[in-house]
Design a protein around this ligand. Structure first.
Ligand code: SF4
Length: 376
């Protein structure tokens, strides 16, 4: 490690990095993310940047290492999960050096265009015209299968015509029963929008009834020995189940929320804080607390948060909401946590966003597994 590049607090982070897969976020002077990467082994990967004689001699790369002031990390269950989280973070934060080093590993998204009779398309490019995006999707095959399924199932158009149009002649898609032909003027925009909403429910994995229907059709096809159709339905089911179970590590609204995971072993507790600002994951904090009381997790979470927030957090505004599995403390305790000049945060139940809660809880557990007790 070069002492000229890595300051004392950076060196201490490098010493604490776990031998686990995950995502790391390098931050500059203002606390903004300047580079996001993923690693099969966080400790080896990140420390390698600061080894003397590391091989990447690009000017941009040297500038990146000179600018790093702190590093946040999030442990993941697998390298694949890290890859996806990295893609989400790069897209949300647009870190300066990911862009300039052209290391922007992009997964595809599904775009719902903003137009009359909108279309659903696969894309890597973001158009800032009010289009809505779903993804990213790490299983590209499942994404394309789902897209094809929903577009056909709900008769959504694939053409670029400007609609509504006065009685255009429908194309082959209509005759193949793959499009409801809004071009012909026979379908109201409200009916088409309803079909779009159902397609989105499937993409977001919210339409359990449709999944059940597919399962029943697959079973019936197998019973009648129509194996080709049963195999096709099985593939569709797999694709839709992937969509339903995929990671979603961001909030749907631009909320300022902190998500806290807590895991205990005896009098030790591993705590992880995921900091969401404007709906995006901006930072993470990890700490092992010792001498914890044997009662509820609430005291531990409050103790951990007090240590993280301090009187003024220079990097991030105080959260409006705190999401955790720990029971809600009383209002006086929440007011004390906020301090004199900030409103008390709202305590949110984990069901508000279970995937993110699970990520925080897993990080807290990993921390207990890998980390010796902290000095008091
Ligand atoms: S049938 Fe009409 S709306 Fe559908 S794809 Fe063809 S031209 Fe477009």
């Amino acid at each position: 490690m070069t002492t000229t590049t890595a300051g004392a607090s950076l060196r201490s982070t490098l010493d604490r990095l776990p031998d686990r897969p995950g995502v790391y976020m390098m931050k500059g002077r203002q606390g903004t993310a300047i580079y996001v990467g993923k690693a099969k082994n966080l400790r080896q990967r990140v420390r390698a940047y600061f080894q003397p004689g590391q091989r990447d001699g690009r000017r941009q790369f040297r500038a990146l290492l000179r600018s790093v002031r702190s590093i946040d990390f999030i442990m993941t269950a697998s390298e694949q999960e890290a890859l996806l989280l990295e893609a989400i973070q790069i897209r949300a934060l647009r870190p300066r050096y990911n862009v300039s080093l052209k290391e922007n590993r992009e997964y595809p998204y599904i775009r719902l265009t903003r137009q009359h009779y909108p279309r659903l398309l696969a894309t890597h490019a973001f158009v800032d015209d009010g289009s809505r995006y779903f993804g990213p999707f790490s299983d590209i095959r499942a994404m394309y299968q789902t897209l094809e399924l929903v577009v056909r199932q709900f008769g959504l158009r694939t053409c670029r015509h400007r609609l509504p149009a006065a009685n255009r002649v429908p194309c082959l898609e209509y005759h193949l029963h793959r499009c409801s032909a809004p071009c012909s003027g026979g379908l109201s925009e409200a009916d088409y929008d309803l079909a779009v909403q159902r397609a989105i429910s499937l993409i977001e994995g919210r339409d359990s009834a449709y999944l059940e229907c597919l399962r029943a059709r697959m079973a019936a096809a197998a019973v009648s020995r129509n194996y080709e159709q049963a195999a096709r339905l099985r593939d569709q089911l797999r694709a839709l189940e992937f969509m339903r179970n995929r990671q979603k590590v961001w909030l749907d609204e631009p909320l300022n929320r902190d998500v806290v995971g807590c895991a205990r072993h005896g009098c030790r507790a591993g705590c992880c804080l995921l900091v969401f600002r404007d709906g995006h994951l901006r930072a993470s904090r990890h700490q092992v607390l010792t001498g914890c009381p044997a009662d509820t997790d609430t005291h531990i979470v409050l103790d951990f948060l007090r240590r993280q927030y301090g009187p003024v957090d220079p990097e991030y505004p105080f959260p409006d909401e705190i999401q955790t599995t720990a029971a809600q403390p009383g209002l006086p305790e929440l007011r004390r946590l906020a301090g004199p000049n900030r409103p008390a945060p709202v305590w949110i139940v984990p069901e508000a966003h279970p995937v993110i809660q699970d990520l925080a809880a897993r990080n807290a557990r990993y921390l207990l597994e890998i980390k010796p007790p902290d000095r008091p």
